[in-house]
Write a protein that binds this ligand. Structure first.
Ligand SMILES: *Cc1c(COP(=O)(O)O)cnc(C)c1O
Length: 223
């Protein structure tokens, strides 16, 4: 195994040792070669995230049973069918129209799709995700879809240089997580709170994240 892949396995082990045992590490693998994905699995990573359906397909086809596969990129409705076939979880549901497209395809193949609802906690025009004020209404609508299981929330959070600035947004997202949990909706089980990336995962965990999505820190050698 070459040095670069060894380094990736080492980085992954390091991060797994750093995070508390109840926190799931999702390796964010956009643009990564299948060998690189295998290197993180070798380290004991069990959840892998992809941003693009097309790019994920050959990798999931090859490594399928070895991991739980998350769609972490923005999903277009015309890719809903393919996404249902490929992924275990879709972490980026942010509209009823998208959820209905997923629900329709799930109905035809007899599957229930596990999803997270993506929230645009910083209300940024450049980001996807449902606006905080529309979150409860969306989750209520999703709870009526027979083949959709809402398992939590995901957020990117605004990206500042200093992760401390993201803290209030993570805090707000956690508040929303508990609020929805208390709504007692059918088909909604608030189990996962996915927040934090390479530069912010420590702060996100302090604010209650139990999934972190990490790419750069896994795959790019420290300089
Ligand atoms: C790329 C990506 C990440 C990982 O970001 P890093 O800063 O490279 O750790 C996390 N979440 C999503 C949705 C991403 O696209």
């Amino acid at each position: 195994m070459d040095a670069q892949l060894e380094q990736i396995t080492k980085s992954a082990r390091g991060i797994l040792e750093t995070i508390p045992p109840h926190v799931i590490l999702v390796a964010a693998t956009k643009g990564r070669h299948i060998d690189e994905v295998e290197a993180v699995l070798k380290a004991g990573v069990t959840h892998v995230g992809h941003n693009y359906v097309q790019e994920a397909q050959p990798i999931i086809d090859a490594l399928g049973p070895r991991a739980t596969w998350h769609m972490i990129g923005h999903l277009q409705r015309n890719k809903a069918k393919k996404a249902v076939d490929l992924f275990d979880l879709i972490d980026t549901v942010d509209s009823l129209r998208l959820a209905k497209a997923l629900d329709r395809h799930c109905a035809s193949v007899g599957k229930a799709m596990q999803v997270l609802v993506e929230i645009n906690c910083g209300r940024e025009a450049s980001k996807t995700g449902v606006m905080p004020e529309d979150l409860d209404g969306l989750v209520e609508s999703l709870s009526k879809l027979k083949h959709i299981r809402v398992l939590g929330l995901m957020t990117m959070g605004p990206s500042f240089g200093d992760p401390e600035y993201a803290r209030p947004y993570f805090y707000e997202t956690r508040e929303a997580f508990f609020r929805i949990s208390n709504m007692g909706l059918p088909n909604v089980t608030m189990r996962y709170l996915s927040m934090g990336m390479s530069n912010s995962f420590q702060v996100a965990i302090e604010e209650g994240a139990n999934i972190v999505r990490i790419g750069t820190k896994l795959f790019e050698p420290r300089v």
